[in-house]
Design a protein around this ligand. Structure first.
Ligand code: WT7
Length: 641
């Protein structure tokens, strides 16, 4: 495979960018031509940001799996598609060639059909990072079912909410998952999530950890048995469902500033083309290279840059089951060495955590295969950037700082590896087709610079093919969340700076969304969970700077009647409740018990003050004169953790 639309120089970037803005239809149709379509589109794009109504490649018919699998079979069938590295380095790794992956996907697509899954049905996937996860995702896409992958760190309650919201009728899961030294009992979590559930008809369970599981007759079936039936019939192929360009491909839940996560919907053609285009250009992938994205497929990064981007490009993608620090902090470097990885894509939080182990874990690891490094998920601080550059890239690998979101489907702002300039801790320039704008509170474009730098709320003026189309089951929510704050613009929720060269630096969320270890968590969601705990009267959650996680979660809690009179035990109780309601990823790092919260006379919590205190900026709290009870601030300051 060659990539005629891979940008090869800074000048070419500039001219492609110009073309993409002057003639988006011409630009994107020139790229879309290189994919396999059952039927070409009639209209490249049709959109308004008012309703919003966004369509790309209208009238086009395709199946994304024909682009990710079938089209590679003739010349690259024996090329590795997925290299799977197990949690335990002693266990044998697995390689799935394009031919093998195609066969497994077709077979599992039969299994889904045999169990009643039809086009448009929602299938919830709750699995560890094993090849069967990628196979499940692709098998859904093969038959036109809408997958909704839920990350293994979410609780039964979170899964139950998502199952209900998506009205999912099917689940694919595992007995358990290995993550570092831990075993996570996935099926048992699913069983809890299904108590009282009335929509789910079938649960397909894949064996991984041999954890004992309960199997409900008529509802629960084994992956292996179902596959055996298909194999015994000699079936190795299934015709791909012909999908409309705008048919939904998947739902992925993500947090916002309200209490309830929303189901971001991506559709078949636009998402595919954007995941592929951004993969090929940002990472400058060359045929034959090994790409290793360390994210979990439960997040958008895994969807776009482990599965759909690389496979649509005929690339070899590494799927790693474990964690960076187990059995030791050299695990990433062992994997790079073992498979001669060329592109490593990870999160600043992982880099910072590995920095803490010093240079020993890097000793004796051959990292000379690396060509390109990438980061994603949160702003990268300069110290981490330089460590990555010096000790991992040995100063010869460009680092791409890729800014994007679940809603954007793929990278929107990033340097292109080795092609456009890098600037530490700056995401730099927009990809072709992406038109950022910085606006003030009123929505007016900010043009005035201070020391050559403009600062504002980051919006995008026009759609790119990978933009979300709706939030599942609630289009109005999509409109109010993303398109109503600044009419006519897509609002990202991030603040940003822009320098005289037009480079962007993302400064972080400007809404009540936290970014903890690159995971997005809504403060309202955490507050709701804490408030469910018996004894909690009220709570307020804010973020604070955390050396490794980027942001930590700080909770102020008004509480009555400590468990056994024990504050520490009560604190742990609250963590238990949050783990049950959301999952361990949302556990507050600090809980401060308070007798009141700073509120305005109209009863609004003044988060600005709580944020300042959590950040340790006690002397500079700003105006507190509008507070109902200013004394409460002193109490909170004195009790700061
Ligand atoms: C939020 C989106 C997109 C994949 C991972 C997270 C923050 C993401 C960067 C970056 C600074 C970043 C933003 C964004 N973010 N990448 N390179 N520099 N901030 O996806 O969970 O949808 O979170 O992550 O705040 O809005 P997500």
């Amino acid at each position: 495979m060659s990539y005629p639309y891979q940008i090869k120089s800074f000048d070419e970037y500039k001219s492609e960018y110009q073309k993409s803005v002057a003639d988006p239809a011409g630009f994107w149709s020139g790229i879309a031509e290189h994919f396999s379509w059952r039927k070409k589109w009639a209209e490249v794009s049709e959109w308004n940001f008012t309703e919003p109504d966004i369509k790309w490649f209208k009238g086009g018919k395709l199946n994304i799996t024909e682009n990710c699998l079938d089209r590679h079979l003739e010349y690259n069938g024996n090329k590795p598609a997925i290299i799977w590295e197990p949690n335990d380095p002693e266990e044998h790794h697995r390689v799935l060639t394009y031919k093998k992956l195609h066969e497994k996907v077709c077979q599992f697509a039969h299994v889904l059909k045999n169990n009643g899954v039809k086009k448009g049905d929602r299938v919830c996937i709750y699995m560890g990072m094993i090849p069967e996860l990628a196979i499940s995702v692709l098998a859904c896409a093969r038959i036109g079912a809408i997958h909704s992958v839920v990350f293994g760190g979410f609780s039964a309650q979170s899964i139950a909410d998502r199952l209900y919201d998506a009205q999912a009728e099917f689940i694919v899961t595992c007995d358990g998952a290995y993550r570092g030294a831990k075993d996570i009992p996935l099926k048992s979590v699913i069983d809890d999530a299904l108590i009282g559930n009335r929509t789910v008809k079938k649960v397909i369970v894949c064996t991984r950890t041999r954890t004992p599981v309960s199997m409900l007759k008529g509802r629960d079936v084994w992956w292996e048995e179902e596959m055996k039936q298909v194999e015994e019939k000699g079936l190795t192929f299934i015709e791909a469902e012909e999908m409309d360009a705008e048919d939904p491909l998947f739902i992925l839940y993500t947090s916002g500033s309200t209490g309830k996560p929303k189901g971001v919907v991506h559709t078949c053609a636009g998402y595919m083309i954007y995941a592929n285009y951004s993969f090929i250009n940002v990472f400058q992938y060359k045929p034959g290279q090994i790409h290793f994205c360390t994210a979990d497929i439960g997040w958008i990064t895994g969807h776009s840059y482990i599965v759909y981007g690389p496979l649509s490009a005929g690339a070899t993608t590494v799927l790693f089951e474990g964690v960076p620090t187990w059995p030791d902090a050299g695990r990433f470097w062992d994997i790079v060495d073992k498979y001669k990885v060329n592109i490593l894509y990870t999160a600043p939080t992982a880099i910072r955590s590995l920095m803490g182990f010093g240079l020993d874990p890097l000793q004796g690891k051959d990292l000379s295969s690396l060509n390109v490094l990438g980061t994603v998920g949160e702003p990268i601080n300069e110290e981490a950037w330089h460590w990555y550059d010096e000790h991992v890239g040995k100063k010869k690998c460009p680092i791409v700082d890729t800014w994007w979101q679940t809603e954007t489907g793929g990278v929107l702002i990033s340097n292109l590896a080795g092609i456009t300039p890098a600037k530490p801790s700056w995401a730099t320039l927009p990809l072709p087709g992406v038109q950022p704008v910085l606006v003030d509170e009123k929505g007016d474009e900010v043009t005035e610079a201070t020391d050559g730098v403009i600062s504002g709320n980051l919006c995008i003026k026009a759609p790119w093919p990978g933009i979300l189309r709706t939030t599942y089951g609630d289009h109005e929510r999509c409109r109010t969340n993303y398109f109503a704050t600044y009419p006519g613009l897509y609002f990202t929720g991030d603040g940003a700076l822009k320098d005289a060269d037009g480079f962007y630096r993302i400064t972080g969320r400007v809404d009540d969304v936290l970014n903890v270890s690159g995971h997005r968590i809504g403060t309202a969601e955490v507050e709701n969970a804490i408030n469910m705990h018996a004894g909690v009267v009220e709570s307020a959650v804010v973020g604070y700077p955390h050396d490794i996680k980027g942001q930590g979660i700080y909770a102020y809690v008004i509480y009555q009647g400590m468990h056994g009179g024990d504050t520490e035990l009560t604190r742990k109780d609250i963590l238990q409740t949050v783990t049950r309601i959301i999952g361990p990823i949302a556990k507050p790092d600090k809980i401060q018990f308070v007798s009141g919260l700073p509120k305005t006379r109209s009863g609004k919590i003044m988060r600005r003050i709580l944020r300042k205190i959590a950040e340790g900026e006690l002397s500079n709290l700003g105006d507190t004169s509008t507070l109902l009870d200013p004394a409460v601030v002193d109490e909170i300051k004195n009790g700061k953790l």
